[in-house]
Write a protein that binds this ligand. Structure first.
Ligand code: CP
Length: 308
């Protein structure tokens, strides 16, 4: 299997073998990601970051991954300082930057933008999030976190929060189905997982159930994956408050938890997790954001041909 020059657009393009091909080297690269060992694996390579939407983790973990492996990063920076402010199209920007780099990470609000970009250039495009579409490198690091902190095969996982608009949970569900996960979906009725995704999951022959509250499932599940609920989805602020408090993770709620429970969140969080939970053994979300570095190191090394 070779990943050299592969575009990374959607989890639907990845089999279980392909996912494992990224997760396996990530573990070996962890000491480099932590700065405990040095590497020049990507010496001479250039990664361009084109972010048309805000980001902390995705942008900075890609930068860290390149720097730790001896490569260089070109950052488009603020759009006002580029020729996009003069009306240059996304397509032309991609063609130009493709000539400066060995790979491009693109985050753009328009669904399908990364796929479109991949048809314009021969250097690999990595989808860093395309609107409500996909964010595959988030899913790779989520899977890696589950593997490192819990276990992958037949894991009992609850996905809670905004399951309607949250692109990370859509991709994660699909990937978990490849590992025989038992999935429980916990969300208010306004933010339920779209029916077509539930139907897709059921055809994969995995167990998918729905629950109304985290309290119902917390003693049973091994992983609780929480997503941000966006206030602006609710026309009535009182309705938002009701939903937000029904899904809040507190130390009190955790008294009923499976002792092995790991809590994940792609971050940024709003009010879903009480900060007092951060100190507990259950909290995994800051480790999860760190795991973005070794995962992205592995992925960049594979698509730039530095690893087989
Ligand atoms: N999880 C995630 O994609 O975070 P950023 O939006 O900060 O990149």
């Amino acid at each position: 299997m070779t990943f050299k020059d592969l575009h990374i657009i959607s989890m639907k393009d990845f089999s279980r073998d392909m996912i494992d091909h990224i997760l396996n080297p990530a573990e070996k690269l962890e000491p480099i990601a932590r700065g405990m060992e040095k590497s020049d694996l990507l010496d001479g390579k250039v990664l361009s970051l084109l972010f048309f939407e805000p980001s902390t983790r995705t942008r900075m973990s890609f930068e860290t991954a390149m720097i730790r492996l001896g490569g260089q990063v070109l950052n488009l920076g603020s759009l006002e300082a580029t020729s996009i402010a003069k009306g240059e199209t996304l397509a032309d920007t991609i063609r130009v930057v493709g000539g400066y780099s060995d790979a491009i990470v693109l985050r753009h609000p328009k669904e399908g933008s990364a796929r479109m970009a991949s048809e314009l250039v021969s250097v690999p495009i990595i989808n860093g999030g395309d609107g409500a579409g996909h964010h595959p490198t988030q899913t790779f690091l989520d899977l890696y976190t589950i593997r490192r902190e819990s276990h992958m095969d037949n894991v009992k996982i609850a996905l809670a929060g905004d399951l309607k608009y949250g692109r990370t949970v859509h991709s994660l569900c699909y990937a978990l189905s490849l590992y025989g996960a038992e999935i429980t979906l916990v969300s208010p009725k306004e933010l339920r997982m779209p029916d077509e995704i539930i139907t897709d999951l059921k055809t994969c022959d995995i167990k998918v159930t729905q629950a109304d509250s985290i309290e119902e499932v917390i003693s049973n599940v091994e992983v609780l994956y929480v997503t941000r609920i966006q206030k602006e989805r609710f026309p009535d602020p009182a309705e938002y408050q009701k939903v937000a408090s029904s899904l809040l993770i507190t130390p009190q709620l955790l008294k009923k938890a499976n002792p092995e429970l790991k809590i994940m969140h792609p971050l940024p969080r709003a009010n879903e997790i009480d900060p007092r939970v951060d100190k507990t053994e259950h909290a995994c979300y800051f480790k999860q954001s760190f795991y973005g570095v070794p995962i992205r190191m592995a992925l960049l090394s594979l698509i730039m041909g530095a690893l087989e």
